[in-house]
Design a protein. Structure first.
Length: 427
């Protein structure tokens, strides 16, 4: 199905089920209308008048300050951390499967490309991707094995075939998988928990986490959310069709990855306002479609929410595989598939902790790691890279996502510092 979708795009064939105006009903500003027209042109492989985006400076005081911060980061022996790129508002990251070009999502209006042309493991060029498209919270970025880039916005899903080979031109082949206003009901759009993430599974389907907008949702929303997959994970075919709800009972997952056995691991941020030390964050493991992970009956781990304490939780609710530090805001995660790190890291899970926002004594702002045994059992989750949170409670940076580069090094995004770091290992 994915190959048919790509072929249709290359042939300039508009797919009726996918091609739809990117504007909501009603009047729109002229600039937004123009960019919507540009997207329609790109779907039909027609040129626009869009100019290439300016480069983001990679040297100067900002880069120097970030490098100074990195001297304070503690890592296991043999590892080192360097500045890979200055990228404003860097959030979810996706490494191109062929050329290793990095695509970086944000919670604002841009997706960035990061290029290391001379392969010295430091970015040479950072620019906004597809500057003619009006993105809205394009946080989620992910690649299929055959090189299709998916970008998941607040309420739309776009696809870009061969993005890492044609990204330097502001005009790129584009397709609409889910039209504007159809990922979630428009009435459920919120400023809260709208940073989507995605992954493409071995089945060729795109999996998308849909955080629900509340701390704890009211009971009258539950049926709607269950049907739409809000507070869960949905999946769609490569062409955007056959949408189905894969998992429910999830508060707000901003990190997931597939294991070699095709099962899905994901983090989940848990309920606020219950105290500094509860509930825990979660690392979950979905082994089949249709599982429920316990929210909102459970606020995190086995801790019951006040709002649903008198209701009986689903009998088959799946408990987390690991409980994470309360309010550390565990976001992006990846299973380590590279060969550069020692064998003990193979198959293990790296997690980016963004750090507390409402804890009286903040925790987090670090990269965690949990080893995975040959039997598939997860070991204890422990700090791997830390030092972005000072003893005085000041954040020098806030990790968001992690991804494995083609050379086996680990990239870490930081939306506070506006940077991508590279962690490497030398024997």
């Amino acid at each position: 199905m994915r190959s048919l979708f790509i072929a249709a795009l290359w042939a300039g064939v508009a797919l009726p089920a996918l091609v739809a105006p990117a504007l909501a009903q009603g009047a729109a500003p002229a600039e937004t209308k123009a960019k919507a027209d540009d997207l329609e042109k790109l779907q039909n492989l027609r040129s626009t008048d869009t100019q290439a985006a300016p480069e983001i400076p990679q040297t100067g005081r900002r880069a120097d300050a970030i490098r100074k911060t990195l001297t304070k980061i503690k890592l296991p022996e043999g590892f080192k951390i360097d500045l890979y790129a200055v990228v404003p508002d860097a959030r979810a990251i996706a490494v191109g499967p062929n050329a290793g070009v990095l695509f970086v999502g944000t919670r604002k209006t841009k997706v960035y490309t990061v290029t290391d042309r001379d392969k010295d493991r430091v970015a040479d060029e950072v620019r906004a991707f597809a500057p003619g498209i009006a993105f809205k919270i394009p946080n989620g970025v992910c690649f299929s094995k055959d090189g299709v880039l998916t970008i998941v916005e607040q309420n739309r899903v776009l696809a870009f075939p061969a993005a890492e080979f044609f990204y330097e031109n502001p005009d790129v082949a584009a397709g609409i998988l889910v039209k504007e206003g159809a990922l979630i009901p428009a009435g459920e759009e919120s400023f809260n928990h709208t940073a989507r993430v995605c992954r493409v599974g071995a089945d060729g389907k795109t999996y998308i986490a849909l955080g629900q907008p509340y701390n704890v949702p009211p009971a009258e929303k539950m049926d709607l959310y269950r049907k739409a997959g809000i507070g869960g994970i949905i999946r769609i075919d490569a062409d955007g069709k056959n949408r189905e709800v894969f998992a429910t009972g999830i508060r707000n997952s901003v990190g997931m990855d597939f294991a070699a056995d095709k099962s899905l691991w994901f983090t989940d941020n848990q309920v606020d306002g219950m105290g500094d030390d509860k509930p825990p964050g979660e690392l979950n493991h979905a082994t089949k479609a249709g599982e429920n992970f316990g929210f909102p009956w459970y606020g995190g781990g086995a801790v019951r929410t006040v709002e649903y304490k008198d209701q009986t939780p689903p009998a088959d609710a799946v408990a987390p595989v690991a409980e994470l530090p309360p309010h550390a805001a565990d976001l992006g995660m990846t299973l380590y598939t590279g060969k550069q790190f020692p064998a003990s890291y193979k198959g293990g899970i790296f997690i980016a902790e963004h750090g507390s926002w409402n804890r009286t004594e903040p925790v987090g702002a670090r990269v965690m790691f949990a080893p995975m045994g040959a039997d598939g059992k997860l070991g204890a989750v422990k700090p791997f890279a830390e030092g972005w949170l000072t003893g005085d409670g000041e954040y020098l940076g806030r990790p968001v996502d992690v991804a494995v580069m083609l050379d086996g090094s680990l990239l870490v995004s930081d939306d506070s510092a506006g940077a991508i770091y590279r962690i490497s290992y030398e024997k």
